[in-house]
Write a protein that binds this ligand. Sequence first.
Ligand SMILES: *[C@@H]1O[C@H](CO)[C@@H](O)[C@H](O)[C@H]1NC(C)=O
Ligand SMILES: *[C@@H]1O[C@H](CO)[C@@H](O)[C@H](O)[C@H]1NC(C)=O
Ligand SMILES: *[C@@H]1O[C@H](CO)[C@@H](O)[C@H](O)[C@H]1NC(C)=O
Ligand SMILES: *[C@@H]1O[C@H](CO)[C@@H](O)[C@H](O)[C@H]1NC(C)=O
Ligand SMILES: *[C@@H]1O[C@H](CO)[C@@H](O)[C@H](O)[C@H]1NC(C)=O
Length: 201
Amino acid sequence: MKLTLVALLPFLAGALAAPMNDGKKHEESKPTPGKGKFVHSFPFDFTSMAMGWAGPDQVINNSQVAVPGLPAGYGEFQFGLNSEQNVLCYNISVYVKGNYSSPAVTATHIHEAVRGRAGPPRIAFPNPVSTTGAPLSEFSWRRSVGCLTGPFTTGVLANGSDTGTNFTVAKLESNIEGFFADTHTVEFPAGAIRGQLYAKK
Ligand SMILES: *[C@@H]1O[C@H](CO)[C@@H](O)[C@H](O)[C@H]1NC(C)=O
Ligand SMILES: *[C@@H]1O[C@H](CO)[C@@H](O)[C@H](O)[C@H]1NC(C)=O
Ligand SMILES: *[C@@H]1O[C@H](CO)[C@@H](O)[C@H](O)[C@H]1NC(C)=O
Ligand SMILES: *[C@@H]1O[C@H](CO)[C@@H](O)[C@H](O)[C@H]1NC(C)=O
Ligand SMILES: *[C@@H]1O[C@H](CO)[C@@H](O)[C@H](O)[C@H]1NC(C)=O
């Protein structure tokens, strides 16, 4: 076993150092003026990272009233943004119970509103699924991982248009703290957990 590993190491190191298989050396992405450098997170290039810690204490209903969320619920919403290509990658882990419920196409969203305010959903993510196979009625870690490319739709209409219309990853990037992430359940329609987003340096 040891011998096999030792024999493999130079090969692995060579593979990692090798150029992309287009035969040319992979060209370094140039930073966009004013936007800073890309974060290379192979195989993706992100222009920013954002995240939010979600709990039951930040939920605001559509009348702009603070209401309790799911006690002991919490979640970690992690996002990689590529504002140039309008791509948003997400890694969402929530610890909740209850079935999802929302008028949107899914019940897990980024909404546009500052802390203490409610606002329309701009992106709907596939709902996190239990990592242990626990039933929806029980607390468990649930996860949703992937990427979405705009244009975005939420299935929620406001003033006759889908609330995802004209939303772009660039708009999120330019005002990350003006957005929050949440997930809604039957018991907590205003949000079981909510977390304001912030730029991760
Ligand atoms: C928000 O919560 C308040 C207080 O519980 C309630 O009176 C109001 O009807 C709620 N609004 C919505 C849209 O659910
Ligand atoms: C998603 O985030 C969790 C928690 O930080 C991490 O353990 C997991 O490896 C991540 N998944 C992916 C696909 O990056
Ligand atoms: C959860 O809700 C969806 C619709 O939102 C429904 O189709 C499904 O049957 C529900 N599951 C349970 C276990 O209640
Ligand atoms: C709907 O239109 C009103 C009036 O122009 C505006 O204040 C409100 O923000 C709009 N709602 C959404 C969700 O865009
Ligand atoms: C979307 O943008 C177009 C072009 O600027 C504008 O005409 C339209 O009113 C916008 N729609 C919404 C819902 O913001």
